[in-house]
Design a protein around this ligand. Structure first.
Ligand code: COA
Length: 423
């Protein structure tokens, strides 16, 4: 049995944020029915195409464990089918531009009328207020949520991060809201509306930077490298380069081979508790007791010198050797792993964090599996559906339409061309 077995999800999502959420629900065992525009589908099917004629990796990697129905929700018959789906499903998830669902004729009020038990979950770029009507993509959210202004080096421009905290991050937040609402429904019998704004989700992930904003109002941020370097602070949390956010000095340092390998680096933290071990390992035992080095506050204005010395040592080792030497001493370090190295890590395949998936159009590809492990609800990653692959099955098995009714629905133009079992 899977954790969400028996839960039906009407998946009206597209691009990345919403699909991340519904893919998780699918991995936890929900029956996810992805509604797509006939003949077109989720725009990402055709974005960044690497195998001509096949669904892109963008689409396949975000839409595992779902069934696809083609349905024109602006066609009258299509609206009737959609109404039946709303009646039948436990959850509706959408991330259309603000107002799109209302324009289709499916406001929250109308949806509740159709099914008072349904949980309707929406992602928008911004919450209520000045920007509520904006269309928003990943990097806009990173900028508006405080991530970009706090990422990068103090003397450089704001930076966006490679982690999709705006899209996938918001999908995760929404997923938590949905399962919480399902839990509450167990007691109340009522559905509810769940919303997650991308700006809010990014800000939630930037919580420590808001912490620093308030600390800055009472004095300089002493653990920031900028403090030790004597650079004045402005009135907002600055970019902190590769400083660690938790108050322990840390940096990214070169390792052996850095001249040719852009990822021959390690993260190195000089936590107070392991300072003496750090001194021993790098060959500076005197720093354990020397004035100006012995205590964390005394070291703050010497961090550049200290990390330069540590880097002299890390440059004599590969990033993996640094890890192997430091880990047994509890010195926190982390190799900078490239996507290539990660994609070749057998351990990640063993845990299901990476999976190989077979696809009829594109053959085998690597995907990121479910990062959340439940001991009593196994995840089996099932390839993403082809556009409209399950239209007939959903109309018949889920909504109970007869064969002749299905033909009439198809003739109305509400769904795409029906696929035969052989297709
Ligand atoms: N049948 C008929 N029409 C459909 C349909 C279907 N099955 N599915 C979608 N449509 C229509 C919508 O109703 C909408 O029509 P309208 O403009 O007449 O109301 C239209 O397709 C386009 O939808 P929209 O959501 O506006 O797509 P877009 O490509 O213009 O914008 C986003 C994309 C992502 C910017 C926008 O959806 C958005 O801001 N979403 C919320 C934030 C978000 O999730 N962003 C991150 C994405 S990773």
């Amino acid at each position: 049995m899977k954790a969400l077995e028996g839960i039906k999800v009407l998946d009206f999502t597209h691009v990345q944020s919403g699909p991340t959420c519904t893919q998780l629900l699918g991995w936890f065992g929900a029956d996810v029915i992805k509604v797509e525009r006939p003949g077109v589908g989720d725009a990402t099917r055709q974005q960044l195409v690497d195998v001509p004629g096949a669904d892109s990796l963008y689409f396949t990697m975000l839409n595992h464990n779902k069934r696809s129905i083609e349905l024109n929700s602006k066609n009258e018959t299509g609206k009737e089918v959609l109404t039946r789906l709303i009646e039948t499903c436990d959850v509706l998830v959408e991330n259309f531009a603000p107002g799109a669902l209302d324009r289709m004729g499916f406001s929250w009020e109308r949806i509740q009328e159709i099914n008072p038990r349904i949980i309707m979950a929406s992602i928008k770029g911004f919450g209520p207020g000045k920007y509520q009507d904006c269309k928003v993509y990943e990097n806009v959210a990173q900028c508006a949520g405080g991530s970009a202004s706090t990422t990068g080096f103090v003397d450089g421009p704001p930076l966006v991060t490679g982690a999709q905290i705006g899209d996938s991050g918001t999908g995760l937040h929404l997923c938590l809201g949905i399962v919480t609402a399902l839990f509450q429904r167990e007691k109340t019998g009522r559905g509810q509306k769940v919303t997650a704004a991308m700006q809010d989700s990014v800000l939630n992930l930037c919580r420590v930077k808001m912490r620093d904003q308030q600390r800055l109002e009472v004095g300089p941020l002493k653990e920031y490298s900028q403090f030790g370097e004597g650079l004045p602070f402005g009135d907002a949390t600055p970019r902190a380069g590769n400083d660690s956010g938790g108050g322990q000095p840390g940096r990214i340092l070169k390792c052996k081979g850095w001249e040719n390998d852009p990822n021959a680096y390690t993260y190195f933290i000089i936590q107070a508790a392991v300072w003496e071990k750090v001194c021993d390992v790098i060959g500076e035992p005197d720093w354990k007791t020397e004035e100006g080095f012995a205590t964390p506050p005394a070291r703050l204005d010497k961090l550049n010198r200290i990390f330069e010395r540590i880097e002299e040592w890390t440059m004599t080792k590969t990033k993996y050797e640094v890890m192997d030497l430091c880990n047994p001493m509890d010195i926190p370090v982390g190799p900078i792993l490239s996507m290539k190295e990660i994609s070749e890590d057998k351990g990640l395949y063993a845990t299901g964090t990476l999976v190989k998936v077979d696809h009829p159009e594109r053959g085998e590809y690597v995907s990121v599996g479910c990062p959340i492990k439940l001991s009593d609800s196994d995840v089996e990653v099932v390839r993403s559906p082809l556009l409209g692959e399950h239209t007939t099955e959903i109309l018949g098995d889920v909504l109970g339409y007869s064969d002749s009714e299905i033909e009439a629905i198809a003739a109305s133009g509400a769904v795409g061309k029906l696929k035969s079992a052989a297709e």
